[in-house]
Design a protein around this ligand. Structure first.
Ligand code: NAP
Ligand code: MG
Length: 502
């Protein structure tokens, strides 16, 4: 276990001192677990920098509403400096052999593993998700993304045989708050493997793990300017994605902002990938192993408080088992432990922000007003911070807002279907198309259904399983382009004329 300010001298910290601003005096509330600086700067050109904007903003712990740290606000000039640093680093980085780039990425992955506990605690503090998840999912998967892409860095010729493989250039990346470290790894690792340099903007409400990742880059000796981190708000994101020095934009976030970005880059010759929202159908057939399906459905919607773009938020149960399934599901929901995200027994942590809590409440109220039946197990929610109980709606219809809109919270709606054809029709009756899930005992049915579902990922007899080797992405309003797997690397290269004769 790597960690904490309490065990001084165990691990050498990179020198982060900059004009006396960075002291690692821990913020009062987090001293037990991980040291959090009172203030963070921007990471530009391999060093910490004060923001030219002169502004800072606070990031909070959603479990108690208290401030964790002040973080630099990147204005337009800061984004200019970060893009310039990435441009300067590009020739050196892109001319390194794939083997050399791989060494850096392997080093990053290993340091991340060594410091896993520290990252898990920090992510839980800044985001509100349970430590069980940051420890077992977010941090290991983030490391896996660096390992996986390190493996490709010297094999791009094999991935695109006979073609001249070149990096795209400077990549501007914007990520959301629901998987802050994982999204950063997901975006940065393939970009670097293919020889690009990066400017990344984390979400305003969860910037701390992306900033700590910069320490890992320093520890791994990553050359200056290869990755730059600009913290800020939506305006910072806009400055980045519209910056003339950026050759490719990769965005994960809401459909609304995704559309705005698409308009902003249109006609500028900038490559774009968009990973946006979702409203996944989760189907349970009569022949499914129902107890396992209950576990899958619970994981599908209550994992990460439902702040998951691919969450299985629309449950469709075959008519004959609807009543028994809902009974089992309610009983299981009663055993979900909601509370202190740092407690390793907690299943569901805090809602990420006040705004998100308001949105969840608004949609749940709309569900009740539109006539759906609400169920919440008895559960005592902590005081302070932002909390919402696991919620189930039965008696829903396809037209209700809770069925059509992405809630991005722990709210599941249930309806029924009779035939596989009807299941497909209902599952596809959405403007999104990111993911779906099917529980059935019949292999042939899985294949039949999966071929007809308009969703980028279709899980069978499991849900919310992720792997760096598996491409992820959507259709329709869920965006375009794939991330992860061989397909994900395509977005980070330009392919030239064939190198092979003929
Ligand atoms: P969001 O409001 O779209 O924000 C996403 C990121 O974009 C944040 O860093 C945000 O900055 C930034 N941003 C806001 N306005 C911008 C603009 N005009 N130009 C450029 N950047 C801008 O989404 P969110 O509420 O943070 O995240 C939740 C959404 O993300 C959900 O809809 C979810 O489905 C989606 N999501 C999708 C995937 C996927 O892979 N498909 C994965 C995770 C999440 P600030 O935070 O500083 O405002
Ligand atoms: Mg926070």
């Amino acid at each position: 276990m790597a960690n904490t300010g309490k065990r001084k001298g165990r691990r050498e910290r990179p020198d982060l001192t900059f004009g006396g601003v960075w002291d690692y005096a821990p913020a009062p509330e987090s001293t037990d677990h991980v040291d959090v600086a009172e203030r963070y700067g921007l990471f530009v050109g391999g060093a910490w920098a004060r923001p030219r904007s002169g502004k800072y903003f606070a990031t909070m712990n959603p479990a108690n509403g208290r401030k964790l740290s002040d973080v630099a606000y990147a204005g337009g000039k800061d984004v200019d400096a970060a893009v310039a640093a990435a441009k300067k680093a590009l020739p050196g980085w892109s001319r390194l052999s794939g083997d050399d780039r791989a060494r850096y990425l392997y080093r990053v992955a290993r340091v991340l593993q060594e410091r896993a506990r520290e990252f898990a605690v920090l992510e839980t503090l800044d985001n509100g998700k349970p430590i069980k998840e940051t420890r077992d999912v977010d941090v290991p998967l983030a490391a896996q993304h660096f390992f996986y892409h390190a493996g490709w860095a010297d094999k791009l010729d094999m991935l695109f045989p006979g073609q001249d493989v070149q990096p795209v250039g400077v990549v501007g990346q914007v990520i959301p708050w629901n998987f802050p470290l994982l999204m950063a790894a997901w975006k940065i690792a393939p970009a670097l493997a293919a020889g690009n340099t990066v400017v990344i903007k984390p979400a305003e409400t969860s910037p701390l793990t992306a900033l700590r990742l910069c320490e890992v880059f320093m520890q791994a000796g990553l050359p200056a300017g290869v990755v730059n981190v600009v913290t800020g708000d939506g305006k910072t994101g806009r400055s980045l994605v519209t910056h003339p020095g950026v050759d490719k934009v990769a965005f994960t976030g809401s459909t609304e902002v995704g559309k705005e970005i698409q308009r902003a880059v249109a006609g500028r010759g900038v490559d774009l990938t968009l990973e946006l929202g979702g409203k996944a159908a989760h189907l349970v057939f009569e022949d499914a192993a129902l107890d396992q399906a209950v576990e899958g459905v619970v994981r599908g919607i209550f994992f990460n408080q439902g702040h998951v773009c691919c969450a299985g938020s629309r449950l469709l149960v075959q008519e004959g088992v609807h009543d028994v399934f809902v009974r089992k599901l309610k009983r299981r929901m009663g055993r979900i432990r909601v509370g202190d995200p740092l407690d390793k027994n907690t299943d569901m942590g805090a809602i990420h922000s006040r705004e998100q809590l308001q949105r969840i409440r608004e949609l749940v109220d709309a569900g009740v007003q539109e006539g759906a039946t609400l169920y919440q197990p008895e559960c005592e929610l902590p005081r302070g911070g932002y909390w919402f109980a696991p919620t189930l709606f039965t008696g829903v219809s396809q037209t209700q807002r809770i069925v059509r809109e992405e809630i991005f919270g722990p709210v599941l709606s249930v309806s029924t279907f009779r035939t596989p054809e009807e299941a497909v029709a209902k599952a596809n009756d959405t403007s999104y198309g990111l993911s779906a899930g099917i529980w059935t005992d019949k292999g042939a049915r899985i294949l039949w259904m999966a071929a007809r579902m308009r969703a980028g990922v279709v899980w069978n007899n499991t849900f919310n399983r992720f792997d760096a080797a598996s491409p992820f992405g959507g259709f329709q309003e869920s965006g375009f382009g794939r991330e992860g797997g061989r397909q994900g690397l395509r977005a980070y290269v330009r392919l030239g004329a064939g190198l092979l004769p003929g």
